[in-house]
Design a protein around this ligand. Structure first.
Ligand code: UDX
Length: 442
């Protein structure tokens, strides 16, 4: 079996590589020559645990290849996956130019029946446009080649994308065609040996499922962040409350951690896109508007705590920032809370020295010399007025507090992820500001 994957970004690369792992012949196509050259020279442009191993193995076995030539890749392919970017345009809606561009290209070059599956997160109704774009090209060529479109949303999490792809909770396929169902079943069967389902539905519902899933998760985060803020005001402890409510199986204990707000490439964009779709249809999606505004406010929570602690006098102070990526195990800083906190601190005249185990290169690209860069988390603390923990990397969980004590000018930790033990810090005379819990003031 042979397939084509268009787009060698995050979703395309992970999907293509993991499909190859089952023995399928996968050709990944991208218009970016530089990227294809890199991939053909053994280098992957993103950091994702486990990806490099599978990529190397499958390239060596000759099952995974990279090209800019869509025409040759489509030859004998049973399915083509569109996994190109859908960046938000000025008004926040997903820009479909790459998705529809790829569709037209397929229409220009296909020469046999093929299933065109959209993996990119696209607004409800896009598959109809994909179909039309392909049909238009076939008409121009004056040929009649059958094809089916399908929607196949991706639920990968950054940092565990390979595991998520190899062992999915579910596969969602939106299509009305029996032939397309057959092809998709064949492709996905090897990933569903764990008994998890492949759900077939109509295209619109499949497109909607992706947005509904991410919006629900984003809602959960904004909800717990609001409750955490209220806990601070009334003197409750969010950690106890979280465990208390999480033991109800209807609520569940996953994805219920308060923090500095959600970031990344999916939640912010998808929440906005769904609000937009609803608006266009004249339906005011109140709940998601609130989710978004709570999240924007939450990104400043740590800054507010710093501001209050120092009575607004931040000029000339220096802070060690631990973690820059929007979450651990990724170098992705898109919509990261760290960026908001840094911006505010700099504006207030403070200095930031940061360390992130993986995102240093990305941070330098985005922030240049706005901040200082440390060689490790301890180095960042030298003569600092406090630690600001933004990303809960495992290696930040058990630092040597005795060493920190010597390095820091002020023994203060602003913990945006509640990873430290209050009692332990109290015993060591640290001042400690968690989220949604009583601070320790030494
Ligand atoms: C998310 C979805 O989980 C995934 O299914 C979809 O395909 C893409 O979007 P991702 O953005 O990689 O994946 O990260 P995720 O692990 O879901 O975290 C998103 C954000 O929520 C992060 O900023 C994280 O710190 C935050 N978060 C998550 C919380 O603040 N609290 C939690 O309890 C969980």
């Amino acid at each position: 079996m042979k397939i084509t994957v268009i787009g060698t970004g995050y979703v395309g690369l992970v999907s293509g590589t993991c499909f190859a792992e089952t023995g399928v012949q996968v050709v990944c196509v991208d218009v970016d020559e530089h990227k294809i050259k890199m991939l053909n020279n053994g280098k992957i442009p993103i950091y994702e645990p486990g990806l490099e191993d599978i990529y190397k193995r499958n390239v060596e076995k000759g099952r995974l290849s990279f090209t800019t030539d869509l025409k040759s890749s489509l030859e004998n392919s049973e399915a083509v996956f569109i996994a190109v970017g859908t960046p938000p345009d000025e008004d926040g809606s997903a820009d479909l130019k790459y998705v529809l561009g790829a569709s037209s290209e397929i229409g220009k070059h296909m020469d046999h029946y093929i299933v065109v599956a959209t993996k990119s997160t696209v607004p409800v109704g896009t598959s109809v446009k994909v179909k039309a774009a392909i049909q238009k090209e076939l008409q121009k060529r004056e040929v009649e080649i059958p094809f089916d479109v399908a929607s196949n949303p991706e639920f990968l999490k950054e940092g565990s994308a390979v595991q998520d792809f190899l062992r999915p909770d579910r596969i969602i396929i939106g299509t009305e065609s029996e032939q397309a169902i057959k092809v998709m079943k064949k492709l996905y069967k090897p990933f569903l040996l764990n008994g998890h389902p492949i759900l077939f539905m109509d295209i619109t519902s499949s497109e909607m499922t992706k947005y509904a899933a991410n919006s629900m998760l984003a809602t959960r985060i904004s909800f717990i962040n609001e409750i955490a803020n209220l806990c601070e005001i009334v003197g409750a402890d969010i950690d106890a409350v979280r465990r208390g409510i999480g033991s109800d199986p209807r609520i569940g204990n996953k994805f219920l951690y308060p923090g500095t707000g959600y970031g990344g490439s999916c939640f912010p964009k998808d929440v906005q896109a769904l609000i937009r779709t609803a608006n266009e249809k004249g339906y005011p999606l109140e709940i998601l508007k609130a989710v978004e505004s709570v999240n924007n406010r939450q990104k400043s929570t740590l800054y507010q705590k710093i501001f209050n602690h120092f009575g607004g006098k931040l000029k000339g102070l220096k802070f060690a920032m631990w973690g820059l990526a929007f979450k651990p195990k990724t170098d992705d800083m898109r919509e990261a809370p760290s960026l908001v906190i840094i911006e505010k601190l700099i504006e207030a005249g403070a200095e930031v020295v940061a360390y992130d185990p993986v995102a240093m290169k990305e941070a330098k690209r985005i922030l240049g010399n706005k901040i200082g860069y440390a060689k490790d988390e301890y180095d960042a603390c030298i003569d600092s007025d406090g630690i600001i923990l933004v990303t809960e990397w495992p290696e930040f969980r058990l630092p040597n507090f005795r060493v920190l004590e010597r390095l820091l000018k002020n023994k203060i930790i602003f913990d945006g992820r509640n990873i430290y033990d209050r009692a332990e810090l109290e015993e060591m005379n640290f001042t400690y500001y968690p989220i949604g819990r009583k601070p320790v003031k030494s």
